[in-house]
Design a protein around this ligand. Structure first.
Ligand code: NI
Ligand code: MN
Length: 225
């Protein structure tokens, strides 16, 4: 059993009844956020990269819940420096956590923190949790090895940035979904700011035309996958 809650932007909560994983928990300063920072009780936080719209409220959530922060080496080191418990990984590496196996994938983007310091490579992440496989692409442009990711993993849910400007736009995101071939594609990283305004319904329609299921999650909605 896996429950997936969409906070908005690229922020999701994954729950299997025992563990709660927050991915890229950007809440304060996120005009579309649907939860309060203090309402997040995640015991794990997974970060795809350090940009403030992804690192978000990692610090207060981790301090309040003694969460373990999982990130690539440089970002994990930074988390440890600011007093958080962190698990260092890197792209291509996987590790079995209490909730299941997690692997970081490549992502074509940047990664610096709010102070502008280099925070290692940006990443996507594949999580096995509650019997399901979730691929959160992080922030990325399209790349051909998404096909390899799809060949090597039976992805149940693909969380795909569609807003353009900083990441894939709708047409690139649709092509990415076709390469990965998940059971369900859910758009993210759109409409939070004016430069990433787009129509998620158009993405869903185009993905469905290729025979793959897709759906727009309302901000704050929860689905069982
Ligand atoms: Ni970013
Ligand atoms: Mn971003």
């Amino acid at each position: 059993m896996l429950k997936l809650k969409y906070i908005s932007h690229s922020a999701f909560l994954l729950k299997d009844g025992k563990n709660e994983v927050a991915i890229d928990p950007f809440i304060k300063g996120n005009p579309t956020a649907t939860v309060k920072v203090e309402d997040v009780k995640a015991n794990f936080i997974v970060l795809t990269h350090a940009h403030p719209d992804h690192f978000g409220d990692t610090k207060p959530i981790a301090l309040a819940n003694k969460s373990l922060v999982i990130a690539v080496n440089e970002l994990a080191n930074y988390c440890a420096e600011i007093g958080l418990e962190a698990h260092n990984m890197h792209i291509g590496g996987s590790y079995n956590f209490d909730f299941g196996k997690l692997k970081f994938t490549q992502a074509f983007h940047g990664s610096s923190n709010a102070e502008g310091d280099y925070m290692g490579d940006p990443a996507g992440v594949i999580l096995n949790m509650g019997g399901k496989v979730v691929y959160h692409c992080g922030d990325t442009g399209i790349f051909g090895d998404m096909k390899l990711i799809g060949q090597m993993n039976k992805i149940d849910v693909m969380l795909v940035p569609i807003g353009g400007n900083f990441t894939m736009d709708i047409d690139d995101a649709v092509a990415a979904v076709k390469m990965v071939n998940p059971k369900l594609a859910i758009p993210m990283h759109y409409n939070t700011f004016p430069v990433i305004e787009t129509d998620p319904g158009e993405f869903v329609d185009k993905v469905k035309q290729s025979g793959i299921d897709a759906k727009v999650m309302e901000y704050g909605a929860e689905v069982q996958v």
